[in-house]
Design a protein around this ligand. Structure first.
Ligand SMILES: [Zn+2]
Length: 233
Protein backbone atom coordinates (compact mmCIF):
# COMPACT_ATOMS: atom_id res chain seq x y z
CA UNK A 1 0.00 0.00 0.00
CA UNK A 2 1.02 3.62 -0.37
CA UNK A 3 0.94 5.55 2.90
CA UNK A 4 0.13 9.20 3.44
CA UNK A 5 0.50 11.55 6.38
CA UNK A 6 -0.83 15.04 7.10
CA UNK A 7 1.61 17.89 6.62
CA UNK A 8 1.33 21.68 6.52
CA UNK A 9 3.03 23.60 3.71
CA UNK A 10 4.06 27.24 4.00
CA UNK A 11 3.79 29.09 0.69
CA UNK A 12 7.12 30.68 -0.29
CA UNK A 13 5.23 33.43 -2.20
CA UNK A 14 2.46 34.49 0.20
CA UNK A 15 3.26 32.58 3.43
CA UNK A 16 -0.24 31.05 3.61
CA UNK A 17 -0.51 27.62 5.20
CA UNK A 18 -1.86 24.70 3.18
CA UNK A 19 -2.67 21.33 4.74
CA UNK A 20 -1.64 18.44 2.47
CA UNK A 21 -1.27 14.68 2.54
CA UNK A 22 2.43 13.87 2.25
CA UNK A 23 3.33 10.46 0.84
CA UNK A 24 5.79 8.53 2.95
CA UNK A 25 5.62 5.18 1.17
CA UNK A 26 5.12 4.60 -2.53
CA UNK A 27 4.20 1.15 -3.76
CA UNK A 28 4.91 1.58 -7.46
CA UNK A 29 3.69 -1.89 -8.42
CA UNK A 30 0.21 -0.90 -7.24
CA UNK A 31 0.42 2.81 -7.99
CA UNK A 32 2.16 3.22 -11.36
CA UNK A 33 0.57 6.69 -11.48
CA UNK A 34 2.78 7.77 -8.58
CA UNK A 35 5.85 6.39 -10.37
CA UNK A 36 4.89 8.40 -13.44
CA UNK A 37 4.32 11.52 -11.33
CA UNK A 38 7.83 11.21 -9.87
CA UNK A 39 9.26 10.93 -13.40
CA UNK A 40 7.26 13.98 -14.55
CA UNK A 41 8.16 16.14 -11.56
CA UNK A 42 4.47 16.34 -10.63
CA UNK A 43 4.77 14.22 -7.49
CA UNK A 44 4.13 15.96 -4.14
CA UNK A 45 3.27 19.27 -5.82
CA UNK A 46 0.32 21.12 -4.26
CA UNK A 47 -1.35 24.44 -5.09
CA UNK A 48 -1.16 27.07 -2.33
CA UNK A 49 -4.58 27.40 -0.65
CA UNK A 50 -4.43 31.21 -1.00
CA UNK A 51 -2.50 32.18 -4.17
CA UNK A 52 -2.54 28.79 -5.94
CA UNK A 53 1.20 28.90 -6.64
CA UNK A 54 2.48 25.33 -6.99
CA UNK A 55 4.51 24.20 -3.97
CA UNK A 56 6.56 21.04 -3.97
CA UNK A 57 7.45 19.08 -0.88
CA UNK A 58 11.02 17.93 -0.44
CA UNK A 59 11.39 14.23 -1.15
CA UNK A 60 11.08 12.13 1.99
CA UNK A 61 9.61 8.74 1.21
CA UNK A 62 10.36 5.09 0.64
CA UNK A 63 9.70 3.69 -2.79
CA UNK A 64 9.11 0.02 -3.53
CA UNK A 65 8.94 -1.44 -7.02
CA UNK A 66 9.19 -5.21 -6.79
CA UNK A 67 8.82 -5.54 -10.57
CA UNK A 68 11.95 -3.46 -11.08
CA UNK A 69 13.80 -4.95 -8.10
CA UNK A 70 14.16 -1.56 -6.44
CA UNK A 71 13.70 -0.28 -2.91
CA UNK A 72 14.61 3.38 -2.69
CA UNK A 73 14.73 5.83 0.19
CA UNK A 74 14.42 9.39 -1.14
CA UNK A 75 15.70 12.20 1.10
CA UNK A 76 15.95 15.98 0.76
CA UNK A 77 19.01 17.25 -1.13
CA UNK A 78 20.19 19.28 1.86
CA UNK A 79 20.82 16.11 3.87
CA UNK A 80 23.50 14.74 1.54
CA UNK A 81 26.42 15.88 3.74
CA UNK A 82 25.06 13.52 6.44
CA UNK A 83 24.83 10.59 4.07
CA UNK A 84 26.65 8.13 6.35
CA UNK A 85 24.11 8.57 9.17
CA UNK A 86 21.21 8.54 6.73
CA UNK A 87 22.59 5.36 5.17
CA UNK A 88 22.57 3.72 8.60
CA UNK A 89 18.95 4.79 9.22
CA UNK A 90 17.84 3.63 5.80
CA UNK A 91 19.63 0.28 6.08
CA UNK A 92 17.93 -0.28 9.46
CA UNK A 93 14.50 0.47 7.97
CA UNK A 94 15.13 -1.91 5.10
CA UNK A 95 16.37 -4.65 7.43
CA UNK A 96 13.17 -4.42 9.48
CA UNK A 97 10.83 -4.39 6.49
CA UNK A 98 12.52 -6.63 3.88
CA UNK A 99 15.90 -7.63 5.30
CA UNK A 100 17.38 -9.72 8.08
CA UNK A 101 14.86 -8.51 10.70
CA UNK A 102 11.78 -9.08 8.56
CA UNK A 103 9.39 -12.04 8.45
CA UNK A 104 10.38 -14.79 5.96
CA UNK A 105 7.85 -13.79 3.29
CA UNK A 106 9.08 -10.19 3.31
CA UNK A 107 12.71 -11.37 3.33
CA UNK A 108 11.95 -13.40 0.22
CA UNK A 109 10.81 -10.22 -1.53
CA UNK A 110 13.79 -8.31 -0.13
CA UNK A 111 16.24 -10.78 -1.68
CA UNK A 112 15.25 -9.50 -5.11
CA UNK A 113 15.59 -5.81 -4.23
CA UNK A 114 18.48 -3.39 -4.63
CA UNK A 115 18.54 -0.90 -1.75
CA UNK A 116 19.24 2.65 -2.76
CA UNK A 117 19.33 6.08 -1.12
CA UNK A 118 19.01 9.36 -2.99
CA UNK A 119 19.13 13.04 -2.04
CA UNK A 120 16.95 15.50 -3.92
CA UNK A 121 14.39 15.05 -6.69
CA UNK A 122 16.82 14.84 -9.65
CA UNK A 123 18.61 11.90 -8.02
CA UNK A 124 15.40 9.98 -7.25
CA UNK A 125 14.13 10.48 -10.80
CA UNK A 126 17.47 9.32 -12.19
CA UNK A 127 17.38 6.02 -10.28
CA UNK A 128 13.88 5.26 -11.60
CA UNK A 129 14.90 6.19 -15.15
CA UNK A 130 17.96 3.92 -15.08
CA UNK A 131 15.93 1.02 -13.68
CA UNK A 132 13.26 1.48 -16.31
CA UNK A 133 15.97 1.23 -18.97
CA UNK A 134 17.71 -1.79 -17.41
CA UNK A 135 20.88 0.17 -16.75
CA UNK A 136 22.98 -0.76 -13.73
CA UNK A 137 23.04 2.48 -11.72
CA UNK A 138 26.57 1.86 -10.45
CA UNK A 139 27.69 1.55 -14.06
CA UNK A 140 26.01 4.90 -14.75
CA UNK A 141 28.01 6.47 -11.90
CA UNK A 142 31.22 5.00 -13.35
CA UNK A 143 30.24 6.51 -16.71
CA UNK A 144 29.93 9.91 -15.06
CA UNK A 145 33.39 9.58 -13.55
CA UNK A 146 34.73 8.56 -16.96
CA UNK A 147 33.02 11.54 -18.61
CA UNK A 148 34.37 13.91 -15.94
CA UNK A 149 37.91 12.94 -16.86
CA UNK A 150 37.26 13.92 -20.48
CA UNK A 151 35.43 17.19 -19.85
CA UNK A 152 37.65 20.27 -20.07
CA UNK A 153 35.53 22.01 -17.44
CA UNK A 154 33.05 20.49 -15.02
CA UNK A 155 30.84 22.59 -12.75
CA UNK A 156 31.07 19.96 -10.01
CA UNK A 157 30.59 21.59 -6.62
CA UNK A 158 28.37 21.01 -3.57
CA UNK A 159 24.73 21.23 -4.64
CA UNK A 160 25.52 20.97 -8.37
CA UNK A 161 25.33 17.47 -9.72
CA UNK A 162 25.43 15.43 -12.87
CA UNK A 163 22.27 13.43 -13.56
CA UNK A 164 21.16 11.13 -16.34
CA UNK A 165 17.94 12.67 -17.60
CA UNK A 166 17.20 10.70 -20.76
CA UNK A 167 18.12 7.35 -22.24
CA UNK A 168 17.66 6.34 -25.87
CA UNK A 169 18.83 3.36 -27.88
CA UNK A 170 22.23 4.89 -28.60
CA UNK A 171 22.52 7.95 -26.34
CA UNK A 172 22.59 8.88 -22.70
CA UNK A 173 21.66 12.47 -21.95
CA UNK A 174 23.07 14.08 -18.82
CA UNK A 175 22.42 17.40 -17.16
CA UNK A 176 24.31 19.47 -14.67
CA UNK A 177 21.58 20.55 -12.27
CA UNK A 178 21.18 22.35 -8.97
CA UNK A 179 19.89 19.60 -6.67
CA UNK A 180 17.60 21.99 -4.74
CA UNK A 181 16.25 24.40 -7.35
CA UNK A 182 16.63 21.94 -10.26
CA UNK A 183 17.98 24.76 -12.39
CA UNK A 184 19.69 23.20 -15.42
CA UNK A 185 23.23 24.50 -15.88
CA UNK A 186 24.26 22.42 -18.87
CA UNK A 187 23.20 19.41 -20.92
CA UNK A 188 25.10 17.00 -23.12
CA UNK A 189 24.78 13.48 -24.50
CA UNK A 190 27.26 10.63 -24.68
CA UNK A 191 27.20 7.39 -26.64
CA UNK A 192 25.40 4.62 -24.77
CA UNK A 193 28.16 2.29 -26.00
CA UNK A 194 30.47 3.89 -23.42
CA UNK A 195 28.54 1.94 -20.77
CA UNK A 196 29.46 -1.31 -22.49
CA UNK A 197 33.10 -0.28 -22.68
CA UNK A 198 33.18 0.27 -18.92
CA UNK A 199 31.33 -2.98 -18.31
CA UNK A 200 33.94 -4.79 -20.41
CA UNK A 201 36.79 -3.76 -18.11
CA UNK A 202 35.43 -4.65 -14.67
CA UNK A 203 38.88 -5.16 -13.09
CA UNK A 204 39.99 -1.59 -13.70
CA UNK A 205 36.80 -0.20 -12.21
CA UNK A 206 36.43 -2.69 -9.34
CA UNK A 207 37.91 -0.49 -6.55
CA UNK A 208 35.67 2.47 -7.43
CA UNK A 209 32.64 0.22 -7.86
CA UNK A 210 33.27 -1.22 -4.40
CA UNK A 211 33.42 2.29 -2.92
CA UNK A 212 30.20 3.32 -4.64
CA UNK A 213 28.36 0.20 -3.51
CA UNK A 214 29.60 0.37 0.08
CA UNK A 215 26.21 1.52 1.44
CA UNK A 216 22.89 2.36 -0.24
CA UNK A 217 23.98 5.85 -1.37
CA UNK A 218 25.31 4.83 -4.79
CA UNK A 219 26.43 8.20 -6.11
CA UNK A 220 29.80 9.39 -7.36
CA UNK A 221 29.47 12.50 -5.18
CA UNK A 222 30.31 10.38 -2.14
CA UNK A 223 33.85 10.04 -3.53
CA UNK A 224 34.27 13.79 -3.09
CA UNK A 225 32.86 13.88 0.44
CA UNK A 226 35.58 12.92 2.87
CA UNK A 227 36.84 9.47 3.79
CA UNK A 228 33.48 7.75 3.55
CA UNK A 229 32.67 4.44 5.12
CA UNK A 230 35.53 2.06 5.90
CA UNK A 231 35.61 -0.85 3.47
CA UNK A 232 33.95 -4.01 4.78
CA UNK A 233 36.40 -6.68 5.93
ZN1 LIG B 1 0.61 31.29 -1.70
Amino acid sequence: MSLFQPHTLTCPSCAALTPVEAVNTVNADRRPDLKQAIADGAFQVFPCSACEAPIRLEPLFNYLEVGAGLWLAAYPARQMPDYLEVEDDVSAVFDETYGAGAPPVARGIGDGLSVRLTFGWPAAREKLLLRANDIDDTLAELLKLDVLRRLPEAPLEPGIELRVTDVSEDKITMRWVDAESEEVIDEFAVARALLDEIALSPEGWAPVRAQLENGPFVDMQKLYMGQGRAAAE
